[in-house]
Design a binder for this molecule. Structure first.
Ligand code: FAD
Length: 471
């Protein structure tokens, strides 16, 4: 069979799905992408308002440690990119801390009492570890074991509890050893205060961002390339059923404009959430349904405030660990690309951790805009009267996979089940239940395609699974 006789259906038009689709398309396959939303890009989508504001789903810094992947991303962006120097800070105890922390900043911003307690705790935990080590059995213990209770409470526990919405002793230690922004902060504290040897983690100091159109330009770039090859990217197309028989997927059903369609192809690559997928694939066994029910996601409510001022701060984002503030992070898109707002105006995206049905999820949009405005005004970042009409809210339910203490077993049950279908692969952040970055999702899509097209041995399921900091 030549490639032009082969066909693949891609479920989900986020970066993982689009990157895989583009590789198959380039190789001459017949490709169809089915994307639920009216625009491609998934979590890396962007929107432009009629009055000239461009915004993303929270801050999106694009970068890979692999030069070839960076070159590929720039090629997809087709000249629409610039490098930016990363700038972010932490607002805590009424003060801004540089991020990464600077010694002078920490020493002058933390009270002598807190510095003393941090040091004593740190020494105490080191002695205790020498006699009877604290087990690495959850996130809290992992961090306390390495840094002591005071620093944990101060910089890490509060923010993590707030950002992920569950107690830190119910979060897997995996979370601590991979890329999480709070760990950056904590590493910085550790480096600043204790100057440890053999520190392997480092911060990405620059990143790529489109000069216009927001991070969603990457997804649109892929869509252009796929369509130029004569292949199809169907948007507003919800996959509702995956049919299977004798260990093979036979077709998928999707709904578009109120009509049901059926797609048949040789291969199927899914990047939709794993938990949703196993419920729509034919005849899921009860243990699979139970495992799916055991996995949870954290959602985010994004409140976008249009502001009548040119800039709030020079940061790409600011972490806000303070518990009395609902927002856990803000970002400002004009600092990613000046063209993201009309001259003299800016937009701030305030993120609030939420889950469908909880108090922030169900709060009226107007109340959320008021809450975010009041929060930021109370921090002294804006004046409430600077908030322009047209500020609005978006809610995303599959923002973060929650690595609780049981997630690994549940994910294995689901992925083992899916391995039973020989012409089917589930990949990407959602398809692997993996807390990864945009570059990881692109790499996963590429790995799936290369394994089939070039017999490459890279295992997509091992990407972003490393026990190391992701940058
Ligand atoms: C707030 C936030 C900030 C982030 N910041 C960064 C950052 O700074 N740098 C970075 O590199 N990464 C960042 N990320 C991560 C990055 O956005 C994701 O890792 C990446 O975009 C995931 O791509 P994906 O294709 O794997 O998954 P997704 O983007 O989730 O794509 C899955 C797609 O499947 C579609 N879908 C779902 N159900 C169906 C269905 N039934 N039928 C059809 N389609 C369906 C969805 O609409 C979606 O488009 C951030 C993520 C968040 C939430």
């Amino acid at each position: 069979m030549s490639n032009s006789d082969k066909s693949v259906t891609i479920l989900g038009g986020g970066l993982a799905g689009l990157a895989a689709a583009q590789k198959f398309s380039e190789a001459g396959w017949n490709v169809t992408v089915l994307e639920l939303e009216p625009v491609v890009g998934g979590l890396a989508s962007s929107f432009v308002t009629d009055d000239g504001f461009t915004y993303d789903l929270g801050p999106h810094r694009l970068y890979s440690n692999l030069d070839a992947l960076n070159d590929h991303l720039k090629w997809v962006l087709d000249g629409n990119h610039a490098y930016r120097a990363r700038l972010s800070r932490i607002f805590m105890k009424g003060k801004f801390f540089d991020y990464p922390l600077k010694t002078s900043n920490v020493l002058t911003s933390l009270s002598p009492w807190l510095l003393f307690r941090s040091f004593v705790d740190y020494m105490a935990v080191r002695m205790r570890n020498a006699i009877r080590p604290i087990p690495d059995d959850n996130f809290e213990n992992w961090v306390v074991k390495r840094f002591g209770k005071t620093l944990y409470d101060l910089f890490f526990g509060t923010y993590t509890r707030k950002a992920w919405g569950i107690p830190c002793n119910q979060i897997s230690a995996d979370w601590a050893s991979q890329r999480i922004s709070q760990l950056d902060l904590f590493d910085a504290v550790k480096k600043t205060l204790f100057r440890p040897k053999n520190t392997v983690r480092s911060l990405v100091s620059k990143f790529i961002y489109p000069t216009h159109g927001g991070i969603g330009e990457l997804g649109k770039g892929y869509q252009r390339l796929i369509e130029q090859d004569g292949n199809r990217v169907e948007t507003a197309a919800r996959v509702t059923r995956v049919h299977a028989a004798n260990g093979r997927v036979t077709s998928v059903e999707y709904e578009q404009n109120g009509e049901l369609h059926r797609m048949e192809s040789d291969l199927y690559v899914s990047t939709i959430p794993l938990t949703a997928l196993v419920r729509i694939i034919d005849e899921p066994p009860q243990p699979v349904l139970d495992a799916a029910a055991g996995l949870t996601h954290k959602g985010i409510v994004f409140v976008y405030l249009k502001l009548d001022r040119p800039q709030v701060s020079p940061d790409h984002w600011v972490y806000i660990p303070e518990e009395h503030i609902a927002i856990h992070r803000i970002s400002e898109f004009t600092n990613f690309a000046p063209r993201c707002a009309p001259e003299g105006k800016t937009m701030v995206c305030a993120e609030i951790t939420s889950t469908p049905g909880d108090k922030y999820w169900t709060m009226a949009d107007g109340d959320l805009v008021r809450l975010a405005s009041e929060n930021l005004a109370s921090l002294g970042l804006i004046r409430a009267d600077e908030v322009l009409p047209g500020s609005h809210v978006l809610r995303i339910d599959y923002a973060y996979p929650i690595y609780d203490l049981t997630y690994r077993g549940h994910v294995k049950t689901l992925t083992d089940h899916l391995k039973g279908f020989e012409n089917f692969v589930s990949t990407g952040r959602q398809g692997l239940f993996r807390y990864g970055n945009m570059d990881h999702s692109v790499a996963m899509g590429h790995a799936v395609a290369r394994r089939i097209l070039e017999n490459d041995t890279i295992d997509h399921a091992k990407i972003a699974a490393e026990d190391e900091y992701f940058g």
